[in-house]
Design a protein around this ligand. Structure first.
Ligand SMILES: Cc1cc2nc3c(=O)[nH]c(=O)nc-3n(C[C@H](O)[C@H](O)[C@H](O)COP(=O)(O)OP(=O)(O)OC[C@H]3O[C@@H](n4cnc5c(N)ncnc54)[C@H](O)[C@@H]3O)c2cc1C
Length: 1012
């Protein structure tokens, strides 16, 4: 055993001895809270329900609501809590206000466990008590989620007030150790950076810093005047780089360069924590002034792992708990070794981590008065006391604020206290032995690795989450893995995007041909495609097809059907996968093209390319699933096999709003199923169409199998729809054109072989309902995003926000200021959320609707400033909208939101379902019963609960609507390819004179290929 380990054990045991002298359970508050936590640790389902109930409770205003929620959350729970519920519910039926109040009081008690005071005055009581116990403080203002600049400004003002109050109330207080006190001001404020700017976008650190620095400077100045300390807390990974950058930028400014009382947090659970700490240390040397680092493991582990899995990102946190512990110790060493420039504050309740810090400081000769331990209010009281007794400086992190804004903090603490992996639970709840608790985490990492079989090790050590395992039982979407989104948190991704934008700009004005039968075809007309942010800029030109080219395309496509339909589906699937790989290689370039040709913000453009790749890979896998003739049923003496033939020639007509994804989705589905294709991109996104053609050509699509026709929908589109040799039309676009196609395709023309199949996806008038108990932090942000993201030009976009009378005012107040804070501008700039609408016609049409809105309803908000050039329409909100008004019924396809006030939830569902459309819908609620109702009753192809109603992911959210939104097909779903196929069953009597083979193969490939 190393001498350091020996010393750590000695220190640890000493702490445990001191802790045991003042026995206290994990939770210093007994009674209700203790009982709840104990049950949570035993019963995972109960824990989920309890935390959800705790989360919703502060927003419930009536006692009857509280009791209803109690019943909904805990119905069916059969554990020690059941009698309590039953009694509560019985009592509630008699006197609802009593039980409601009792519950609220108890849950507030839970919160009071972790929240040091409701307001600055209130917190002083706690701080004085702690002072008597020789414990210092850092105060944190609760209220992390700000949805608007108004709320962010309020947070900044509250920070200033708090500083003033603390300065006043602690005059004359001195540092408890009275040694090296200059390093540790008494007044210490922890600031959450995300609460100071509502529009932080990871892709745009410069914008964030430009907005944050002016808000921080007055706080820093006041702190300096008062001799106080300011700490930047660290939040989720998405804000990390900006927080670090901001810290370095502002404390390099002349005014603050020589000010040592600034600190920042490093989270040891992050894989890049060491690189960040090293960078900060070199920065500090260059700056020439010391600063502080609070070293913690990190509070967002669950969130980071969920988020990165959802988006296919490399997970930024370690997967094994001991890995975080090891990293914490390594970073402790780095901090203590650089003590000359950085003051360490160790934020941990883990006695091993603490003892390690102590022992290492001694080994390195760092005096105990030159660093401190920080612990959270309401947790690990005996450890704080032990550390004080041992002569260390202890500071308590004291959150201040009301319960509602403090909810996310409270839930993080509850999670931490009940975590299987956590030290506190192990020590105070499960009484794990001191030996075990003080073990070197490196040993545990080694042991864990050895215990894992070779096949599972990559899942732990590699960054990427394990692949979905496909099996018969797996959900259909699990047959493949979605491509990751680009994570614009990384500077490298931002730079690649900037370079790509530059390169695409350099190619502005290039000309692209039609492609028919594998040949480039030029016509005497070129169609320009312009940048909607700057319509004078021509992104490129494409040859314009007329009727002769359309005829030629049908002819070659028809001629190619025979061979292509008999090409093994495996080969066709591989074509799609090669196309996806090319898109992956050209990913930034294609995204940049979308920014410039159709005005998509960065992340939206990237999402579109991801979706295109996903379509290719998903349909390739899907085709493998359904490609072979499959036995329909086991029956003696007879064999029946069902399989599919392609329909023939497919015409694909796509919109401009997902210019590569939707075009690629329909084309790839048609191709992989063995149809030949004529693809016609939207007139507004022809360069994207030309790029997709290039990609499929490079991927090796045979001549004639895919043909690229750019031209006027009213000319070639209409001609092709009516063509007797076109067997299938896959269309996504407006209702007007969709219905025309549907009708026209129903007419059988002379010489036509097949009944035409139409795969038709049209628009929506999508509602979102916000229930009275919804989490408004989420509901407001997601609703503004759903309504105004990509200028409301998604068919899934929110256009009718349905609010209950009960919370109308609260929602509107936040919604209006949140919308007023959105960044409107040229989407070439990273972080812009609202760019231009697609073209002049759209601009005029939307303006007309705004005028209609003004005459029908009340204009509640319209942004004032938009760029002077380009087709920019400011985000616009109408209130006083009635369900029968035009702005509530007709699809506007722009950044215009109608707000409809209704009496209650019954009416809300009625209004939501009361249009011609049924594409997407959203519902925000924390009532399990209301959520169940929404799931059952809302008429929409895609119903989204407690999230935005846009952003469908292939395989995960098969997308498409019904009523006047579409024919009921689901792009990116398991049954989509069937639309492009004709099912066929071949039955053979295999009995000969009463004798039949005993076994029937599950698949037969002999009659797979059509002779047509
Ligand atoms: C005063 C103070 C201030 C803090 N400020 C911040 C802050 O600004 N930002 C912030 O993010 N956190 C902050 N924290 C840290 C955080 O809130 C937790 O308190 C801390 O991570 C718990 O660590 P521990 O050493 O006390 O406990 P331990 O029980 O030793 O560690 C628990 C931690 O291990 C990590 N972990 C859990 N499971 C795994 C796993 N499977 N794989 C890898 N790692 C895992 C997590 O970080 C978890 O919180 C602060 C903590 C304190 C005490």
């Amino acid at each position: 055993m190393s001498s350091l380990q020996r010393e750590i054990e000695a220190r640890g045991e000493r702490i445990f001895t001191l802790v045991d002298q003042h026995p206290e359970s994990l939770f210093s508050k007994a009674g209700f809270y203790q009982g709840m936590m104990a049950l949570s640790m035993r019963d995972e389902h109960f824990k989920v329900q309890l935390f959800r109930f705790v989360d919703v409770l502060p927003s419930l205003r009536r006692s009857s609501d509280i009791v209803e929620h109690l019943e909904e959350y805990f119905a069916g729970i059969r554990n020690g809590f059941a009698p309590f519920i039953d009694t509560g519910v019985r009592l509630a039926r008699i006197v609802p206000w009593v039980s409601g109040r009792v519950l609220r009081w108890n849950v507030s008690g839970m919160a009071r466990q972790f929240i040091a005071g409701k307001n600055p005055n209130d917190v002083m009581k706690t701080l004085r008590k702690r002072r008597a116990q020789k414990i210092g403080f850092t105060v944190d203002l609760l209220g992390e989620a700000v949805v608007s600049e108004k709320e962010a400004d309020e947070y900044a003002a509250r920070c200033l007030d708090l500083l003033d109050g603390l300065g006043r109330e602690t005059r004359g207080w001195t540092d408890a150790l009275e040694k090296n006190s200059a390093l540790f001001p008494v007044v210490n404020l922890s600031v959450k950076i995300s609460a100071l700017y509502s529009q932080m976008n990871p892709a745009d650190p410069a914008d964030a810093i430009a907005h944050l620095a002016p808000k921080l400077r007055p706080i820093l100045r006041r702190a300096r005047e008062l001799g106080a300390f300011i700490n930047f807390d660290m939040e989720s990974y998405v804000h990390k780089n900006i927080t670090l950058e901001l810290f370095k930028t502002i404390f390099t400014e002349k005014e603050f360069k020589d000010w040592p009382h600034a600190g920042i947090v490093i989270q040891a659970y992050l894989r890049d924590a060491e690189a960040n700490l090293r960078d900060l240390i070199s920065w500090a040397h260059a700056r020439g002034t010391r600063f502080t680092v609070r070293l913690v493991k990190g509070a967002y582990w669950d969130y980071e792992t969920i988020k990165s899995r959802q988006n296919g990102w490399d997970c930024p946190v370690y997967f094994q708990k001991p890995e975080s512990d090891v990293n914490f110790e390594e970073l402790t060493r780095l901090l203590l070794k650089n003590e000359s420039i950085v003051t360490a504050a160790f934020g941990s309740h883990n006695v091993r981590s603490i003892a390690h810090g102590q022992a290492l400081a001694d080994e390195l000769g760092v005096d105990r008065s030159r660093f401190e331990f920080q612990l959270l209010y309401g947790m690990a009281g005996p450890i704080k006391r032990a550390l004080v007794e041992m002569g260390y400086r202890v500071r308590e992190y004291c959150p201040v604020g009301e319960l509602l804004p403090g909810m996310s903090y409270l839930v993080r603490r509850l999670l931490e206290n009940t975590s299987n992996e956590g030290f506190l639970r192990a020590k105070f709840s499960e009484n794990v032995s001191a030996d075990e608790l003080l073990r070197d985490p490196k040993e545990l990492v080694r042991q864990n690795r050895a215990n894992l079989s070779e096949t599972t090790i990559p899942a732990i050590t590699e960054d990427r989450a394990p692949k979905n395992g496909a099996s018969i039982e797996s959900p259909p979407g699990d047959i493949y893995e979605n491509s990751p989104l680009v994570n614009f948190v990384y500077q490298e991704s931002q730079e690649k995007m900037r370079t790509a934008l530059h390169e695409v700009r350099n190619r502005f004005g290039e000309k692209y041909p039609l492609v028919i039968g594998g040949e480039k075809v030029w016509t005497d007309k070129l169609t320009p495609s312009v940048n909607p942010s700057a319509p004078k800029e021509v992104v490129g030109y494409v040859a314009e097809a007329g009727i002769p080219e359309a005829e030629r395309a049908v002819k070659v496509a028809r001629a190619a059907v025979d061979k292509w339909s008999r090409t093994p589906f495996e080969e066709r699937a591989r074509l799609l996968e090669r196309a996806a790989a090319i898109m992956d290689r050209r990913r930034y370039e294609l995204s940049a093209l979308e920014v410039l040709e159709v005005g998509k913000p960065w992340a939206e453009a990237d999402g579109d390319i991801r979706e295109a790749m996903d379509f290719c890979r998903f349909y390739a896998e899907q085709m493998r699933q359904i490609g072979r003739p499959r036995l329909t049923q086991h029956v003696p003496g007879e064999e029946s096999y069902q399989h599919y033939w392609p329909r023939g020639v497919a015409l694909v007509i796509a919109p401009w709003n997902f210019p590569i994804a939707i075009l690629c989705g329909m084309v790839s589905a048609a191709l992989v199923t063995g149809n030949t294709v004529i693809m016609k991109p939207s007139e507004q996104s022809i360069i994207c169409g030309a790029m997709l053609m290039e990609i499929f050509q490079e991927a090796g699509v045979p001549p004639g199998v895919l043909n690229f026709l750019s031209g006027r929908g009213s000319v070639i589109g209409a001609h092709l729809v009516d063509h007797k040799d076109v067997d299938l039309i896959a269309f996504t676009g407006s209702r007007e054109v969709g219905l025309r196609i549907w009708e026209s395709a129903g007419i059988t023309r002379p010489g036509q072989r097949e009944l035409k199949r139409v795969v038709c996806e049209m628009g929506g008038k999508n509602p979102v309902i916000i229930d009275s108990d919804a989490d408004l932090d989420e509901a407001v942000v997601d609703s503004t995003y759903s309504a105004f993201g990509y200028q409301g030009q998604k068919c899934s976009a929110l256009s009718r926000l349905i609010l209950l009378e009960e919370n109308y005012d609260r929602v509107m107040e936040r919604l209006l200021s949140a919308t007023g804070s959105l960044r409107v501008g040229n989407p070439e700039e990273p972080g812009i959320m609202v760019g231009p609408v697609i073209d002049e016609a759209a601009y005029k049409r939307i303006q007309e609707y705004i005028e209609i809105g003004k005459s029908e309803a009340t204009l509640a908000y319209q942004a004032k400033e938009v760029p002077p050039e380009g087709y920019f329409i400011p985000p616009t909100i109408f209130t006083g909208v009635k369900p029968n008004m035009r702005i509530a019924r007709e699809e506007i396809f722009g950044p215009v939101l109608s707000v409809i006030k209704v009496r209650d939830l019954d009416k809300a569902f009625e209004v939501a379902n009361g249009t011609d459309y049924a594409l997407t819908a959203g519902f925000f609620s924390r009532s399990p019963a209301d959520i169940d109702r929404a799931k059952a009753e809302i008429e929409a192809g895609n119903v989204y609960i407690n999230r935005s109603c846009t952003g469908a992911v292939v395989g995960r959210h098969p997308f498409g609507g019904f009523k006047m939104s579409g024919g009921g097909t689901k792009a990116g779903g398991a049954d989509y390819l069937l639309q492009f196929l004709l099912p066929r069953v071949v039955t053979e009597n295999v009995t000969r004179h009463g004798f039949a083979p005993e076994e029937t193969p599950e698949y037969r490939d002999e009659f797979l290929w059509p002779q047509r």
